[in-house]
Design a binder for this molecule. Structure first.
Ligand code: ADP
Length: 614
């Protein structure tokens, strides 16, 4: 007797003691495994004629023995495979459980835990299996909690292979009449409900009554039309959702479903799903993107990554095309012209669908966009903006006037007369950006500002350059607000008047700043910090966050508001002992508002205290 791995034990325990009402999903899970096993042998048969056979899944009820068996003539399992696959729960599932840390009944009902669901209805399970091309068979058996046993069995004909799973049903109790599952009618109903789209025949011997005589005949219970090949109006949303949850191991329903049949230069059917949540490892190197690739209904690849652009890697689903050659290898696929054509068409289709999503369900789209924003924005920025025109109408940024995410087209539509630019301000969070002194003058003009709180946002703006002929402009830019001739003359006069003062401030701050200047960006604030040149503070932070990033620093410019009361104090303090202290405090203030820490926090506090105590 072998013990189950710890994680499997927990799942098993839940299965055995499950009070979950939807116990009937066990059949769907076992049939799905059978179908996968046949897929594997079917694929093999494309290059190995001996593997070809009439593929089918057979169900058998034995009322006397109180058993149900599910037989498939798929690839089968060796002893080692029985051990690995049924002794421990699928690795992907385990990880998901761990990160979610939310193992509950409901979840199990929705998120197929596959084979183990057999223990929801059975107290003893045997798996007879013979791997393709071998001559011994093995029987794995278990009554759940105690562990499992594997023994060798009669192999039979060498050409035979496949798996038979036999479930010895639990005794009926007050919660559930397990015996009801022994009815042909019940099982047929479950196949029709959950497994109709399985593309191999699911057969069962059924009893017919004609003129009071009982006859038995084997019937195929499913329609065998894959879900993606069925007309959209004939499939319930729930069916798509269940298909997604089961095939892609997600216990949540998908956020959005795309179904398309494309005919023309390229031909394919596709059924795609946008998950509600990004997989826990989506933004890590471990994540493997890809769609299931079928050629006229035959699964040829479980995760074809070439068919999805990097930035849409979160999309799951199926592509089925008669144009793809059946016996294609992974290496060949990368070169395949048909596949490239399908990928290009698919990308366009997905983007068109995303636009539709945004129009038809704005709230849903916003949620989805938030979840995958780094990925989609990366798409707009990557490869020097090769995809920017395709993506610019999908991007959402937070708007200062709408207090909600907005599209660039909406922003441009709201631009005020005389407004030249699409304004943006960068910072750590919407809340913090909203308080930045640099935003004051632009806001006073009544102009809307896009708040860039993702570090990639500014890179995206710099890649897009403009939208609808309107250039992006940071509120921190020197010339963010255009001045009239009159205003220019007045500013010039003030600058001249305080030239000596600004120079003195600069001299006091030494190499801590690249420049000091007067500014018209602020209203209530006395100072702000801006970056001069190509490197912004956000970029500096991005580089700093990179492991081997270059030490790139933005050029710091201290801007002073000549209209502020403190400015006059500064002017009055010139040439006194207090002057350096004041300059230092003002710079530290400006740094703080930009989200930086003063170089010498204790010194900053001391300086403030001294000034306050006066
Ligand atoms: P999943 O199907 O999500 O991988 P399961 O627990 O249902 O998880 O199955 C574990 C593994 O056992 C499968 O991945 C497959 O390799 C193997 N398996 C299960 N049922 C069969 C079967 N009928 N024929 C061949 N292999 C099977």
């Amino acid at each position: 007797m072998q013990e189950f791995k710890t994680e499997s034990k927990r799942i098993l325990d839940l299965m055995i003691h499950s009070i979950y009402t939807n116990k009937e999903i066990f059949l769907r899970e076992l049939i799905s495994n059978a179908s996968d096993a046949i897929d594997k042998l079917h694929f093999r048969s494309l290059t190995d004629a001996a593997a070809a056979r009439e593929f089918a899944i057979d169900l058998e009820i034995n009322k006397d023995a109180r058993t149900i068996s599910i037989h498939d003539n798929g690839i089968g399992m060796t002893r080692q495979e029985l051990e690995n696959n049924l002794g421990t729960i699928a690795a992907s599932g385990t990880l998901q459980f761990k990160t979610e840390n939310k193992l509950d009944e409901e979840m199990i009902g929705q998120f197929g835990v596959g084979f183990y669901s057999a223990f929801m209805v059975a107290d003893h399970v045997t798996v007879y299996s013979k791997a393709y091309g071998t001559d011994v068979a093995h029987i794995w058996s278990s009554n759940g909690a105690d562990g499992y046993e594997i023994i060798e069995a009669e192999g039979g004909d060498k050409a035979d292979c496949g798996t038979t799973i036999t479930l010895h049903l639990k005794a009926d109790d007050e919660d559930y009449a397990y015996g009801d599952l022994l009815s042909e009618y019940k099982l047929r109903g479950l196949v029709e409900k959950y497994s109709d789209y399985i593309r191999y025949p699911i057969r069962m011997e059924v009893t017919k009554y004609e003129k009071e005589t009982e006859t038995k005949a084997v019937e195929t219970l499913n329609s065998m039309v894959p879900l993606w090949a069925r007309p959209k109006n004939k499939v319930k949303k729930k069916e798509y959702e269940e298909f997604y949850q089961q095939k892609f191991n997600d216990y949540r329903a998908p956020a959005y479903i795309i179904k398309a049949d494309i005919e023309g230069a390229v031909n394919y059917r596709t059924l795609l799903f946008i998950p509600e949540k990004a997989p826990y490892n989506y933004y890590s190197k471990d994540y493997e993107k890809g769609l299931k690739l079928y050629s006229a209904g035959v699964l040829i690849m479980d995760k074809c990554s070439e068919i999805l652009p990097e930035y849409l890697g979160f999309i799951k689903g199926v592509v089925d095309s008669p144009d793809l050659s059946l016996n294609i290898s992974r290496e060949m696929l990368q070169q395949d012209r048909q596949l490239k054509a399908i990928a290009a068409s698919l990308e366009k289709k997905i983007l068109a669908e995303l636009k539709k999503y945004c129009k038809s369900d704005r709230k849903g789209y916003e949620k989805m966009f938030t979840e995958f924003a780094p990925s989609i924005k990366f798409g707009a920025y990557d490869k020097f903006g090769e995809k920017k025109d395709l993506l610019k109408d999908l991007l959402l940024f937070y708007s200062s006037t709408e207090n909600a995410p907005t599209l660039l087209s909406e922003y441009v539509g709201r631009m005020k007369e005389g407004q030249e630019f699409i304004y943006y301000a960068c910072g750590e969070s919407v809340k913090k950006i909203d308080k930045l002194p640099q935003t004051e003058a632009v806001k006073e003009k009544g102009y809307e500002i896009l708040y860039f709180s993702d570090s990639i946002d500014e890179f995206v703006a710099k890649t897009l350059l403009e939208y609808d002929g309107k250039k992006f402009k940071s509120v921190s830019d020197k010339d963010s607000i255009a001045e009239t001739e009159e205003e220019k003359a007045a500013s010039e006069k003030t600058r001249e008047q305080y030239k000596a003062l600004t120079e003195a401030v600069k001299a006091s701050l030494k190499d801590k700043v690249a420049d000091v200047r007067l500014s018209n960006k602020m209203k209530s604030h006395a100072v702000c910090l801006s970056a001069e040149g190509e490197i912004s503070f956000e970029m500096e932070r991005v580089f700093a966050a990179m492991k081997n990033g270059a030490d790139v620093r933005a050029k710091r410019v201290l801007e002073l508001n000549p209209e502020h009361a403190l400015f006059q104090k500064l002017a009055a303090a010139k040439d006194t002992d207090k002057f350096d202290k004041l300059c230092g405090v003002l710079l530290d203030e400006a740094l703080l508002m930009e989200g930086f820490t003063p170089e010498d926090p204790a010194g900053f506090a001391d300086a403030i205290n001294t000034l306050l105590a006066e």
